[in-house]
Design a protein around this ligand. Structure first.
Ligand SMILES: [Zn+2]
Ligand SMILES: [Zn+2]
Length: 170
């Protein structure tokens, strides 16, 4: 599997949102919570998950890159709220009244349970590409950018340009 590289500016925007919201939590609870670890490893169509015991938030790198700030504004508070609820109330229903209260009264965002991102690019359909060293799988979106001549992608291992494998030589 090829890993998705997150631009630094986007990672900084994630951390800015996280710290802003954590600051609101500190003020509200007059307690200090450690900063959750952010990991860009969420796969599939989930935008993110909160790992309560690890105090960790996993974000979907593909959906983050595609949706940018709107992803950050929705998903970072959503997952942070799960951590805060667990810390304050223990095991309660994941999107119950405690979670809604943390979202709206503490973090000051609306408590939408689910995200509305376009997930076609992470919905399993990928296109095979090759470089000198391995096969890669490009998302529909990236594949279309290549076809339209808008983008080219290089292998991070060997540095060679990725070439689309058509069905004939696949
Ligand atoms: Zn949730
Ligand atoms: Zn390569």
């Amino acid at each position: 599997m090829n890993r998705v590289r997150i631009p630094i500016a986007l990672q900084q925007a994630v951390m800015r949102c996280l710290r802003d919201k954590l600051h609101l939590a500190h003020q509200h609870f007059t307690a200090r919570f450690p900063e959750p670890k952010i990991v860009y490893q969420q796969r599939g169509t989930s935008a993110g998950t909160a790992w309560l015991h690890h105090w960790e938030i996993r974000l979907n790198p593909v959906l983050l890159i595609e949706n940018q700030q709107s992803f950050i504004d929705q998903v970072v508070p959503h997952e942070l709220a799960h951590l805060l609820v667990f810390h304050q109330f223990g095991r309660v229903p994941p999107h119950g009244k405690e979670w809604r209260w943390v979202m709206e009264s503490v973090l000051q965002v609306s408590a939408n349970r689910t995200h509305q991102f376009e997930v076609s690019s992470v919905q399993s359909k990928t296109f095979p590409y090759r470089c000198a060293c391995q096969q890669h799988h490009l998302t529909v979106r990236r594949h279309n950018r290549v076809l339209r001549g808008e983008s080219e992608y290089r292998c991070r291992q060997c540095g060679e340009m990725l070439r689309f494998l058509t069905n004939d030589n696949n």
